[in-house]
Design a protein around this ligand. Sequence first.
Ligand SMILES: [Fe+2]
Length: 340
Amino acid sequence: MPIPAPVLYPPFNITRVSHAAHTVRDLERTREFYCEVFGLVVSHQDMDMLYLRGVDEVCHHSLVFRRSDEPPRCERVGLRVLSEAELDKAYEYFAGIGLAPAWAEVPYQGRSLRVTDPMGIPLEFCARMQRMERIYDRPDLQRGSSALRLDHVQLHVTDVQAALDFYFRLGFRCGDYMTAGEHDETIFCAFTYRKDNPADLVFMSGQGPRFHHCGYITPSFQDLFRACDIAGVRGLGNQIERGPGRHSVAHAHYVYMRDPDGHRVELLLDVWHQMLDLEIEPVRWRLFGQHTAGVWGLPAQAAWFYQATEFAGVTPQPVRHSHQMHTLEKYLAARHAENR
Ligand SMILES: [Fe+2]
């Protein structure tokens, strides 16, 4: 079976993806992009750090940026656990399997636990953050697309099956997955979750580990389009990498952009919910065919499949199972050949 059996009583209780931390060269450029285009809100900014949250978020940050003159990197992926006691259980679990967890003092967070997973992804767990004002009901304070909240993080890993095996032991379940073909069980991409919608962590086969994107929910298609309009008039139109379009998986509207340092971010409309019911089976999609890019629209350009942010201090490794991607470039070349 490619998809492991759910572990209903994991060693500690992860509740959701919580935050991501990147380095960037210019915090003001970063702030303009995320606040004026996406509509995130500044929780704190100083000379070296920028902490952002969505308008629906009451916890201090879901995106953190540290100024650095080095090439842009992702520093860690954050996950929430239910309580302080779960953090202690997490420490014991990771120490027990030889992963060398370490406690960290992190601003605006409670006690935080850092560990690198077997794929090489630097993780950070916490149970508490400083509480902030939720401005969901304050349209007078909202900008851009009024991005509501962090929904998921997508990661390139060299072996999706290995990632599934590890994260299923931590209680993650799979809502959707994509295989290479009708008779090929190799998993190209898997959407795993702890909260009640399709994705907290998405694992896609590729040179890894690398950070592919984080996705924020936006209220409406008009808000998503408004982000594109604002990006265009601010001279950032070329940073719209894919879409707007509609995914086949979870049927969500989306647009992908690259921020000024090349970190990829997605805006998407709310998606179907899993409700955590046990009778819901993972949905299998095919890598090729109508559903690859969605039920309509153009395939993604090659950069979307192959480019991603490296983790700080982690050298990406070659992918274990290589897949032929149905890219926009191949699609256009084929159409061009047909029409000659
Ligand atoms: Fe996504």
